[in-house]
Design a protein around this ligand. Sequence first.
Ligand SMILES: NC(=O)c1ccc[n+]([C@@H]2O[C@H](COP(=O)([O-])OP(=O)(O)OC[C@H]3O[C@@H](n4cnc5c(N)ncnc54)[C@H](OP(=O)(O)O)[C@@H]3O)[C@@H](O)[C@H]2O)c1
Length: 246
Amino acid sequence: MATTLAGKTVLVVGGTSGIGYGVAEALAAQSAIVIVASSTQSKVDGAVQRLQKIAGEGAKVSGATVDARDEQSIKALVEGVGEVDHLVWTCGDLEMVGIHFPNIDSAVAKRAFDVRFWGAVYAAKYTKIKTGGSIVLTHGSSQMKPAKSWSVPAGVCGSVDALARGLAVDLAPIRVNAVAPGAVLTEMWDSIPTDMKNALLKGAAEQSLAKRVGTPQDVAEAYVFLMKCGFITGNTIHVDGGSMLV
Ligand SMILES: NC(=O)c1ccc[n+]([C@@H]2O[C@H](COP(=O)([O-])OP(=O)(O)OC[C@H]3O[C@@H](n4cnc5c(N)ncnc54)[C@H](OP(=O)(O)O)[C@@H]3O)[C@@H](O)[C@H]2O)c1
């Protein structure tokens, strides 16, 4: 019988925008119990309202705030939510100044690990996952194919990739996997000037076999699969339009 996520409880940290929102949308449509979390109350409220409109029969949608840079805030979030079937970690912050090697600002470069790597470590440490459940982390294709000057973000991605494998060993039989997106059109890109954004996205589309950038819906399919398939752990799915082959 096909596995279903209906009735499963899933905490999506970073679920108020972009890829995480795409995952939350897929879950709500599949009648799961979805909790979206991020740092901004208005984004949490807005995401919950939008998700409630598309929720399938039996789905439940709620939200919470968390500062994913802060261990105690993550602990309070997951203790407040209680036991879940799956934890999805898509939250990430992007600082575009001070991150380009060799012109790095060390404080910015070190901060790049706070949410994506250390936040994921603390979430995995404190979240109570039910038997048969899983964790899905997020990194990116720059781990395998870094763009010029992108050594530090590539390092963040590589550390999360290795973290997923380490946690798969430490938390077994809880499964732990990751998704590595290529360029995906999300709100993340709004933080950079429009001209630069358009040029980067055009370049990313050209540097792929799909000849386009991804959508949150494209990538959400990988998270759904990793939650549903009980025989995959310690793995990464690359959803990048074939950019490794160009
Ligand atoms: N989009 C791409 O092209 C792409 C490609 C490869 C990898 N990725 C990675 O995929 C992940 C998701 O990216 P995205 O494009 O979906 O980004 P996004 O649209 O900017 O979403 C990021 C989410 O993280 C939350 N967040 C950020 N800082 C937080 C904090 N300190 N505490 C709690 N929540 C926080 C944001 O909400 P608040 O603002 O409310 O906190 C938001 O919900 C990131 O790690 C990104 O690096 C993205």
